[in-house]
Design a protein around this ligand. Sequence first.
Ligand code: AMP
Length: 188
Amino acid sequence: MNLIIFGPPGAGKGTQSKFIADNFNLFQLSTGEFLRKEITNNSEIGKKIASIMNTGSLVSDEIVSDLIEKIISNKIYNNRIIFDGYPRSLDQAKNLDRLLKKYKQKIDIVLKLSVSLDTVKKRILERRNLEKRSDDSEDIAIKRYNTYEKSTEPVIEYYKKMNLLKVIDGERTIDQINKEIGDIIALI
Ligand code: AMP
């Protein structure tokens, strides 16, 4: 089974992805993390990625697609990938379909963790009090939430039309969300 997980910052996407990966023996492909790894490797491609990521822009579709293909084509990860951070646009969604077809795979389910802006603000404030993270200011949180909602909307619509979308109420406790996701996956 391959799945995609969507959720704004503060929705608990990291926690839930880890739960799914551990419980269903899946591999979490977080594009942001993979790109950051390339940067620490200091490879030629890593240097190129760093110069783009440091400006806050998206890395080119080609670079991310090559990275995704490396994982999809690897037999170890065959049919057991959680896509996190990809696709981020309709072009990327169509490219993902093309790659999966090439390696005789498909997406089985798309999960969207849904939370209100008020909850995101509250959670980020709590985290800031605990960890004092410099990127957790309320202004930045609002900006990231709005950018996220706007950019993922067409992609979410795309999967809705394909009947693959499950919207999960992310306002509840971690355990309640774990349970719902576990039940959905067990049915696939
Ligand atoms: P994230 O950790 O998902 O917030 O991603 C961090 C950064 O990695 C983004 O700001 C982009 O520069 C880059 N990135 C991650 N995923 C993608 C993607 N699907 N397409 C293009 N750039 C991406």
